[in-house]
Design a binder for this molecule. Sequence first.
Ligand code: FAD
Length: 394
Amino acid sequence: MAVQSPDIAILGGGIGGLATAAFLHRAGLSSTVYEQAPELKELGAGIMVAPNAARLIRRLGVIDVFLRQAVRLDVGWEFRRWQDGSVLSAENLTTECSRLYGEQTYTAHRADLLDVIKAAVPEGTIKLGRRGVKLDDGDRPALLFEDGERIEPDVLIGADGVHSVVRQSLADATPARYSGMCAFRALVPADQAPPFARRPAQTLWIGPARHLVHYPVLGGRFVNLVACAPAGDYSVESWTATATVEEFRAEFEGWDPRLRDLIRAAGTPGRWALLDRPPLRRWSRGTVTLLGDAAHPMFPFFGQGAAQAIEDAAVLAACLAEDGTDPARALRRYEALRMPRTNRLQEVSHGRSHINHLPDGPEQEARDKSFADSDPLVANGWIYGYDPDVAMSA
Ligand SMILES: Cc1cc2nc3c(=O)[nH]c(=O)nc-3n(C[C@H](O)[C@H](O)[C@H](O)COP(=O)(O)OP(=O)(O)OC[C@H]3O[C@@H](n4cnc5c(N)ncnc54)[C@H](O)[C@@H]3O)c2cc1C
């Protein structure tokens, strides 16, 4: 039976918004994406693509496009001690990852990932230069744009990121709390990076109040750095804010000297204040809902924010396709299916900010021992093994 398509508007053309349009299309539903930027773009930074995200990229039929630029990791979550780089634990991804989860773990450049997902979105779906400014209450969702246009779709999906306009209008938007942490990020040309950073490995150096992650991206031509450090009075939560390489280096003074060599080539690093937002109590009202960072912004310590946005997209599209006559009911089902999982990820990601940053002492020694005794690839099975189709039929 042909699926009757409601008029679906998606605010935000990031990874979550485009994935939603792609999964809706795959389910036989059409949609329109309204993106504020004049062109689709992502910032110059890397992203981890864990098996749960890779599975959905495959399902969208674009895994071959993805694999052209992605780096397949042999080692993941390689935790090293800050002072001397001794390895505390590591996941062997070469054979075990696909044996356990049917997919590998990759890294990608964010712009490439966005392009890959866009390849699964039909022509004419995306409207650029359209900034949503206000959601009006009423029987139908009504969204106002900066240019004065107003739309009244059957369904409105707020995929408009961490500063979501849609969330502000419909959820119990508790103000973000200052976390005291910020993230530095940079891309270092591989020929300027030390050999240990060029391996197909995701490595995390952990130490007092800070940690630093690196992995190769763009077919190995660059090394992506993401570091977390105390923020002082810095509170700008923006992909475009920058720091200096001296500020970045100063944070890791006294750490293994090999890290200083890596940071030296960081150019003009980006700097993002990590604001802390507890899980929302609800995402939906009537036929309006939230998705991705608009619904569940999380600390990046499990590398799962974008993956969760893609999972949301798959589940939301399936719910709307199965219940086309009652979209409000479909959105309630979507929220009930997704919220427990994203709440848990928000909470464990939050917890990592304590565990990763312990000062040397008995608690750190106990942590290092528990790392050595555990198999993180198996322990994270609840994250990597998730399949939206299975979740839908449970
Ligand atoms: C330092 C750092 C490292 C990370 N590393 C990883 C990782 O390795 N793996 C991973 O899975 N996740 C990672 N994440 C998380 C990931 O970046 C986010 O979870 C993901 O980008 C969320 O996608 P989104 O589409 O929900 O939001 P966004 O990517 O923020 O996209 C929102 C889109 O909406 C548009 N928009 C916003 N407001 C409006 C408006 N009013 N009108 C119209 N358009 C609007 C924006 O221009 C943007 O295009 C990391 C995050 C950080 C901060």
